[in-house]
Write a protein that binds this ligand. Sequence first.
Ligand code: NAP
Length: 287
Amino acid sequence: MEKKSTPKKIYGVLGYPARHSLSPLMHNRAFAALGIDAEYKIFEKKPQELGDFLRSLSGENIRGLNVTIPYKEAVLEYLKWKSPEVNFTGAANTLIVKDKDYIEGWNTDGIGFYRHLMLDLKFDPGGKKTVILGAGGAAKAVTDQLARQEVKTIVIYDVDKDKSSRLADKLSREFPKTRAIAADSIDSLDIGSASLLINATPIGMKKGDSCLIGPEKLHPGLLVYDLIYNPAETELLKRAGQAGARASNGLGMLLYQGARSFELWTGVKEAPVGIMKQALEEGVKNL
Ligand code: NAP
């Protein structure tokens, strides 16, 4: 009797727009390297298509998804189980399709940031002070993870003070070992006593964008981490270099959030990070 072949497992990124995503390059290279019969595609769906798409996943043999703008919050109502990080941030960037009616939601952005910090930059934020610019989705994921790692103090600045206050209150409530404070203004930020400065605003993405932090505030004892990776060097990172501070863009965060998603989908203990990194570096040159 002829053996029935198992259909190829499908993964992908769901967003709108999503066509410029670097994730297909990274994941398809990783599947090929490990000999896994799977394909990672782009699913660019309009808001009115979202519900039907998410209800049809198992029928299409779609086993997992990354979720990007603008659907990280909208997917929550389709989830049967949410990770602690999804519960904290209110957003999921990784779905695992377990069954027709059973989708799990995870958020790997925070762990991606943290792994990059620890594994590549060899920077342990535990017991230190962090200043973060922005209190949106990425800032929630990053501060949640930092608080899980018992960072001593997190100071949050956002144009919308209500937003930064809400995030600081939530962090303080859920992680009592971390002191989380919302800054009143950008000028009131004490960066001199901080070890880590993170930009989690979109300021720096566009040519001609201003820089939120004056050069006099930066110092050699600081690691400046900009979540932006395109351009590779924002004005903030340039200033950090000039001030003798260490500087990193967010490409490593993108890599490690993808690596964690890959591990969750495949059950592989460690994703082939070297191969995925090479794919990302090639891809980012063509953006
Ligand atoms: P978001 O949810 O829109 O959050 C950005 C926050 O920054 C918002 O609260 C926004 O306030 C605030 N903001 C904007 N301009 C500001 C200013 N001049 N001063 C202070 N706060 C300001 O966006 P997100 O999803 O968190 O993304 C933030 C950045 O991180 C983006 O550049 C994104 O590309 C990057 N990112 C990178 C990775 C990675 O893997 N490397 C992953 C996720 C995100 P308003 O809402 O009032 O404008």
